[in-house]
Structures are given as C-alpha cells and as structure tokens.
Design a protein around this ligand. Sequence first.
Ligand code: FAD
Length: 369
Amino acid sequence: MKAYDVAIRGAGIVGQSLALSLARLGLQVALRPDPARAAGADDVRAYALNASSVALLRGLKVWDALPPQAATPVYDMQVQGDTPGSRLEFSAWEQRVGELAWIADAAVLERELAAAVRFAPHITLTNDEVQAPLTALCEGKASATRAALGVNFEQHDYGHRAIAARLTTTLPHQGVARQWFGAPDVLALLPFDAPQPEASYALVWSLPEARAHELLALDAAAFEQALMQATEGAAGELKLATERASWPLMHAQADAWCGSGWVLLGDAAHVVHPLAGQGLNLGLADVVALTQVIEARETWRSLGDEKLLRRYVRERLAPTWAMGQVTDGLLRLFSHEAPGLRELRNRGLSLVNHLSPLKRWLTARALDA
Ligand SMILES: Cc1cc2nc3c(=O)[nH]c(=O)nc-3n(C[C@H](O)[C@H](O)[C@H](O)COP(=O)(O)OP(=O)(O)OC[C@H]3O[C@@H](n4cnc5c(N)ncnc54)[C@H](O)[C@@H]3O)c2cc1C
C-alpha cells in the first residue's frame, strides 16, 4: 500500500490548493474528492479574490492558466448606504495598488485547479480510507469528519440567504464593484467580462430568507425589475444571464482547529458573511500559513504533531476572528431600521470616505486576509 504524508478530505478550492502547495514541498498527498459532486459544477458565483490569494494561485500555476474572461480586475469600489449621499469609495489609484481585487469565475477556477491536480506528480486522487500522519479537513462548512471528531462548530444563522447569478448590462462596468447596503439587504455587483465583455456583473444579493424566496420565485423579467429598483439604474439595464442560485448565510467558527494528526482549513474551520467577499480569501490564507509551518518544521517533527499544527492555528486565529467581527458588525449595523442608527451609520460611511489613512488601512486588511 502506498505511503502518504498528508491525506486531504474535500477537493473544493481550498483542498485542491492545499494539495498543490504541499506537493510542491515534495510531500505525497492523497486527495479525497466528494464522489457526489463534480468540480465547480454549475456554480454561478464569481469570487472577489485579494492580492494574496492571487499570488498563491499564480505560484501554483493556476492563475495564469485561467482564460482571460474568467478573471476581471476591480479598480474602484463604490459602497452606497441607505440614505442619499452616504457613500464610501475606494480606488486602486488612491490606495496606490494595481487593482483592489480580482473577480474570478468560481466554476472555471475550480476546474483549472482540478486539471493542475490531475497532472501533479505527488498527488493521488482516491476515495479509499487513507492512513497518513496528517489529515487536513477541507470539507466546507458541513464537514462530516469534523463532526465525527466531536469538534463543536459554533454557528450563528443570520436567517438571510444570498442570491447569486450572472447579469449582463447596457453600461460598461469600467472595473467598478458596486455595493448597496440597505436595511437589511446587501446587494453587490461585481464587474465581470463574461458572457458580455466589459458589460457583465456577478450578483450577490443577501436578503432575509422570506424576501429571498419571494425574489427567487419571480420570473426573470420581474426579478430584473426588482434589481433595477434596488440599484436605481446606476449600473445600467441589468438582465439575467444565468439561473439564480442561493445559499443560506451564517457566521461560524470551529472551537478547535487542530488535534493530534488532524487540522481544519477553509470553511470547515470558519464561515463569514459574503458581504466583504472574504471567505475564500481566508481559506487560501490558511493554505499559505499551513504550508509555511510545514515547510519550516524541525526535521524530527511529525507532520501530525499537534504542537506543529498549533503554530498554524496561532497564526490564523486572530485575522479570521477579526474578519468575522467586521463582517458581522457591519451586517448588524445595517440591519436595524432605528432612525438614529440609520443616520449614524450613513454619516459613518461618509466620514470614513474622507479619512484617507483609515481607508488605506481598511483596504490593506481587505487586500491581505
Ligand atoms: C454567495 C456567496 C458568495 C461568496 N463570495 C465570496 C467572495 O467573493 N470572495 C471570497 O473570498 N469568498 C466568497 N464566498 C465564500 C466562499 O464561497 C467559501 O469561503 C469557499 O467556497 C470555501 O471553500 P472550501 O474549499 O473551504 O469549502 P467548499 O467550497 O465548501 O468545498 C468543500 C469541498 O469538500 C467536499 N466534501 C464535503 N464533505 C466531504 C467528504 N466527507 N469527503 C470528501 N469531500 C467532501 C465538498 O463537496 C466540496 O467540494 C462566498 C460565499 C457565498 C455563499
């Protein structure tokens, strides 16, 4: 029987990236895909990826293999509060970076990773029960192996659902990501170049469950009308280019991220609201941190040594917790109808807009999860 150094369960973007990263260290990796799921099948989402995530994917030779229309740079971001004139704007130029983020096609990215995994010399795809010194759990938020280990996943369900779809529009997107904070909706239009070059968006619209189901039940024309109302036509005439899909939203964190011989990464360890587009960025930052810890380990230390794995957890816990608090706090702030709070949060947006150092700090946090 083949000897493996690491067994990875879950071949989503985090699991596949980890397999490629560890294989590059010369480790023998067994990657267990979910037999029930085809890679990225029908995922209509596009992910906002920060510079660190792009650097990781580039290093794995995946980023530059993406077709050009599968990744679109974001040069500006406009955040609109729920009173006229309350607005926060970020620009790559003002922040002195090439771009604020990239919007990447989720399905294409997952497929490109799957192709790289198939050709990687040290990775074996297998559904067998594999024994290895370290098992990395990348099974996503509903990880069954995490539950079998008895790890508590502290979960706060928002009672909200995110609707995602691809849209085309009549105005060029000009690399501008747009977000509307209503109370309690959050609507994001991420600039995208497919199906219509320079005139498409990826939609992420978070709403209370009941309202989300109402919108999902509408026919395409009525849904497009609701979109036009919510965006007041600012992004042009929006048309659905794909089916709509939806996800329930939560904030969650495992109360243990590692033990002797096992470790959690990505959504299996933590889930944040997608309003800041940071969930996958956090998961890919986990991959970078664990790879570095493993690469720097003492030669005598086993890969499954809990002391070693705790170094990874120490590095990742604080930034993940902070991002969870920011997204959770923003959502709570914008989900209250009280007039005083409404005034305060909208003034807050405009105030931040005029404070360059704070904006630069916020951008730096978002660029490097
Ligand atoms: C609407 C929406 C928009 C989002 N937008 C963004 C964004 O713009 N930017 C961003 O950074 N993040 C975003 N996210 C978050 C992002 O989707 C997740 O953080 C990311 O997909 C987590 O990746 P993962 O590989 O950890 O988990 P998953 O993507 O859930 O992958 C887990 C994999 O493990 C498999 N699996 C499960 N159980 C087993 C098992 N027992 N054995 C084998 N395989 C198993 C699953 O089938 C799946 O393939 C968004 C989320 C939502 C809901």
